[in-house]
Write a protein of this length. Structure first.
Length: 219
């Protein structure tokens, strides 16, 4: 990859509705493939991703795991185009440590409710894959602190209507029971109330149909 490779990767990723969610220069213990000089993490761009994905063959062929299969096809081709290797949070075991990698970028942190929070995506953060390239690319300076540090109200703490996701922990069975009930329709159709409550998430503008897709897969 030539000079300006990160900018080129950002442009090529956007063609597929993806955005660069951060990157880092691997060190010992990061569990990345040998020879990786930079690892760049990719996630859905809030307005472009869903329309592109829903027009894809994977979304429309009726086979299982359409988003994982789409990610595999698109990011593998993108990695080859960039002279790198595609890595995914699915397909294991073993699994790559995507949560640890996210924190290594300096753009994601643990939120007050334990979910990962991203400087741009808030609690709507998700990663469709990563690309490891041999070059040590120049990376932008990440934010100095989590957005939660300056969030005075921290509405995520009390947003769960079922009381299943709080700073005290996450009761997964209670969450699933609630969203499967009539009372949980808003969470099922619009996405997790806790994720939606995050001020940064609100600015990220995820399409509700995309959230509904993820909630149906979770249930």
């Amino acid at each position: 990859m030539s000079v300006g490779g990160l900018h080129r990767l950002q442009e090529e990723a956007l063609v597929h509705g993806l955005m660069v969610m951060g990157g880092f220069h691997p060190e010992a213990g990061d569990q990345v493939p040998d020879g990786a000089g930079t690892l760049v993490m990719l996630g859905p761009e809030p307005t472009e991703f869903w329309p592109l994905f829903t027009r894809s063959p994977e979304f429309n062929d009726g086979d299982p795991a359409p988003m994982d299969r789409w990610s595999d096809r698109v990011i593998t081709a993108l990695a080859a185009q960039m002279g790198g290797q595609a890595l995914f949070p699915f397909g294991g075991p073993p699994y790559y440590p995507f949560l640890a990698w996210a924190k290594r970028t300096g753009r994601a942190w643990s939120s007050p409710v334990g979910l990962l929070v991203h400087d741009a995506a808030g609690l709507f953060v998700s990663y469709r894959g990563a690309i490891a390239v041999p070059e040590r690319l120049a990376l932008p300076t990440p934010p100095q602190a989590s957005p939660c540090k300056s969030c005075t109200e921290q509405p995520c703490r009390t947003a769960c209507p079922a009381g299943a996701l709080t700073p005290d922990g996450y009761d997964v069975p209670a969450c699933k029971s609630y969203i499967a009930s009539d009372s949980g329709t808003a969470c099922m159709t619009r996405g997790c109330a806790v994720r939606r409550a995050c001020p940064v998430s609100q600015a990220h503008g995820r399409i509700e149909e995309q959230s509904a897709f993820h909630m149906a897969a979770f249930l």
